[in-house]
Design a protein around this ligand. Structure first.
Ligand code: AMP
Length: 190
């Protein structure tokens, strides 16, 4: 199964993806994690994306599409993947469809974690205190949220039109969200 966990930054996508990896042996493809790994390794790519990530804006489509493409053989071997933080633009979504179609596959489900902006701002303030991730600071977070609202949220009608979108209340506890995500994976998309 190919699953997209969809939602704004701090919606809980990473938490749910990691749980599904642990419980079901699925693999998680997080472009945010890949880009952070590139930065910590000091690679050329890491250097190229550092300032963009710190500003809270989106890295170019070509870069993230190439990162995902590189990992698709691994996803094939695992019988599919959980896409976390990708796609974030219509161009990325179209590229993903093309890359999967070339492998005789497609996206099976898009599970959207719905969390309101106010709750996200509070969550991220806590994460900033706990983890100190530079792009979680309140000013940069506002920019990340704006990027989500203008560039990523337009994907919702794209996936709704394909009948793949399932919406889950992401404001509930981690356990309750986990139950809803599991139910969404059983259900036929509406
Ligand atoms: P994340 O951890 O998913 O919130 O990603 C952290 C940062 O990495 C984002 O604010 C972007 O700068 C960059 N990034 C991650 N995934 C993507 C993507 N699919 N498209 C563009 N930029 C991305």
């Amino acid at each position: 199964m190919n699953l997209i966990l969809f939602g704004p930054p701090a919606a809980g996508k990473g938490t749910q993806a990691k749980r599904l990896v642990a419980e079901r042996g699925m693999i998680q493809l997080s472009t945010g994690d890949m880009l952070r790994a590139a930065r910590s390794s000091g690679s050329e790519l890491g250097k190229r994306v550092a300032a963009i990530m710190d500003a809270g804006t989106l890295v170019s489509d070509d870069i993230v599409i190439a990162l995902i493409e590189e990992r698709l053989p691994e996803a094939d071997a695992a019988g599919g993947a959980i896409f976390d933080g990708f796609p974030r633009t219509v161009a990325q979504a179209e590229a993903l469809d093309r890359m999967l179609a070339g492998r005789g596959q497609g996206i099976d489900r898009v599970v959207r974690l719905k969390v309101d902006d106010e709750a996200l701002v509070q969550r991220i303030a806590k994460r900033f205190e706990a983890e100190g991730r530079a792009d979680d600071n309140p000013e940069t977070f506002k920019i990340r949220l704006a990027a989500y609202n203008t560039q990523t949220a337009p994907l919702l009608p794209f996936y709704r039109a394909q009948g793949k979108l399932i919406e889950v209340d992401g404001m509930a506890s981690i356990e309750a969200v986990a139950k809803s995500v599991d139910a969404a994976l059983q259900e036929e998309a509406a």
